[in-house]
Design a protein around this ligand. Structure first.
Ligand SMILES: Nc1ncnc2c1ncn2[C@@H]1O[C@H](COP(=O)(O)OP(=O)(O)OP(=O)(O)O)[C@@H](O)[C@H]1O
Ligand SMILES: [Mg+2]
Length: 505
């Protein structure tokens, strides 16, 4: 399957430079694109509401209000924009249009076609892989994925935590001829040595105490597909030898087995440690390092590719506004600027989690600079005890938001843990703590929970948390909806809607 598909791409051409527009429109149609045109007096907003476009071509007057308005609308709708500049236009000077790409006139239709195709390809790749970004690093990454996916050579993905290594590993599988076959992920850091071996290679009945049945290992389960060895730098030395043997011969023995097992597996490894340094420290075999590092992908930390941040922020806002059914306009310029400048030690994962919490908790319909928690801008993550209690005094909106945000953070961490556990069936047993006990752990004994305390409990959804917060606020103000809405930082009408939705009325 090709990574890109732009047969049916729809392009909007502005008529500001009529002559250029006519020539290029003809070329685009000739190349099979479906095009529409927009004159400076047409209502762009109405058109974009009626029709969807994959790309907007601004043919002229790109600094004038109509083009500016159109590119702002396009940006919000995540539509790629290409602007044709006059040769007299100052290049990137002040007032440069906010578009995806620019070309300077005179331009031939062929050059425009080529650029349009490249921009649509790039966009298609991002949609299909779920890997978004505008930085050169991400563009190169997508090209690499396209090149590396079809072959079966081993790939080593390196990058800090949260940079997208797993996303890349999945993309390598999904765009390879092995898609549709198993993709098996193993977190090598999660298991003690002996368990890791039997996890990877399986074991025969009676191989060790407790091995009551023969069990297939991950390599056998991944046969004809891909095995993803996450945190591969954590593999203990004795298992390193065995892994080396598999990489060399594609054959191995089950623990306690005498028959070699042959498999056809593509190996993708990932690590957030500098593997080469581990080799130099003698903690990782150099021969295994070279066997893993046949093809290499490095994901730079988010702070080194800040130009990705605006696109990621807008995507995540849309994603979570939809998921949580919130009518959301977006983010203020100032807030975006703060996010672009933040340190992001947790990389894209941290950014994504933050956007989810802000979309859920922002009092208005857009994220403002004041909605961004200070610790994000300072880079120091911290958790508070999770308890909200009115104690008969007014809870200032900000404090409430802050606490809710921490509940969100915690919920996300729990979710992440749960996801990791689910990735590893049979290895980790989830022990359910009875509710009463869970509460006892959260609330200090000397301070019994108030009637209107909001407690996070394992398994709560965001809706549950929201419902509980609304309930607590209503109780606190004895049903006074105006006060409750004020404290919750939402409009009264929103509160009415939610009271109805949660059947609290
Ligand atoms: N370029 C990107 N575009 C969109 N989403 C991304 C991008 N990079 C990462 N993400 C998202 O960020 C989160 C973290 O990504 P992922 O789990 O792949 O990171 P990782 O490098 O494997 O982290 P770790 O080392 O902690 O396992 C995921 O939700 C992923 O979908
Ligand atoms: Mg990972």
């Amino acid at each position: 399957m090709a990574l890109t598909d732009h047969d049916m791409a729809r392009i909007l051409v502005t008529l500001d430079d009529l002559e250029t527009a006519v020539r290029i429109n003809a070329a685009l149609e000739g190349a099979g694109y479906s095009t529409s045109t927009l004159s400076p007096v047409d209502d762009a907003r109405a058109l974009l509401r009626r029709q969807t476009f994959d790309l907007i071509l601004l043919t002229g007057a790109v600094r004038e209000p109509p083009a500016r308005k159109l590119s702002a609308l396009a940006r919000d709708a995540e539509i790629t924009t290409l602007a044709l500049l006059e040769s007299t236009d100052p290049g990137t000077a002040e007032g440069a249009p906010d578009v995806t790409a620019v070309m300077t006139k005179p331009v031939g239709p062929d050059d425009v076609l080529l650029t349009v195709r490249r921009l649509l390809d790039r966009r298609g790749l991002q949609e299909r892989t779920g890997i978004f970004g505008e930085s050169a690093a991400i563009q190169e990454l997508l090209v690499k994925i396209e090149q590396m996916a079809p072959v079966s050579s081993t790939v080593l993905i390196q990058g800090e935590s949260g940079t997208g290594k797993e996303l890349v590993a999945k993309a390598l599988h999904d765009f390879s001829p092995r898609r549709g076959k198993p993709f098996i992920a193993v977190n090598c850091a999660a298991l003690p040595e002996t368990l890791l071996e039997s996890e990877l290679f399986g074991h025969e009945k009676g191989a060790f105490t407790g091995a009551a049945e023969r069990r297939l290992g991950r390599f056998e389960l991944a046969d004809t597909g891909t095995i993803f060895l996450d945190e591969v730098g954590e593999i203990p030395p004795s298992t390193q030898v065995k892994l080396l043997r598999v990489l060399e011969s594609r054959a191995f023995f089950r623990v306690g087995g005498v028959q070699p097992i042959k498999v056809d597996v593509r190996v993708v490894g990932a690590t957030n440690q500098a593997l080469r340094e581990l080799v130099e420290l003698g903690k990782f075999r150099d021969d295994l390092y070279y066997r893993l590092n046949v093809l290499n992908i490095y994901l730079p930390p988010l702070r080194e590719r800040r130009s990705d941040i605006p696109l990621l922020v807008r995507r995540f806002i849309r994603e979570f506004a939809q998921a949580h059914d919130r009518d959301f306009r977006g983010i203020t310029t100032e807030a975006m600027q703060r996010l672009v400048e933040a340190p992001w030690p947790g990389n894209v994962r941290q950014l994504r989690n933050l956007i989810e919490s802000m979309v859920v908790l922002a009092p208005g319909s857009e994220i403002r600079a004041s909605d961004i928690p200070a610790d994000v801008l300072e880079g120091a993550g911290r958790l508070l005890p999770m308890r909200i209690s009115g104690q008969g005094r007014e809870m200032p909106t900000q404090e409430l938001e802050f606490i809710l945000r921490n509940i969100m953070d915690l919920r996300m961490q729990v979710e992440e843990l749960r996801r990791r556990m689910e990735d590893r069936p049979q290895r980790v047993q989830v022990i359910e703590i009875p509710q009463a006990q869970a509460e006892a752990e959260v609330v200090p004994e000397e301070e019994p929970a108030e009637a209107h305390a909001v407690l996070y409990k394992a398994g709560m959804t965001m809706a549950d948390v929201e419902k509980a917060a609304i309930q607590a606020a209503l109780e606190e103000f004895r049903g006074n909806r105006r006060r409750a809405a004020e404290v919750l930082g939402i409009g009264e009408r929103t509160l009415y809607r939610k009271i109805k939705a949660y059947k609290l009325g």
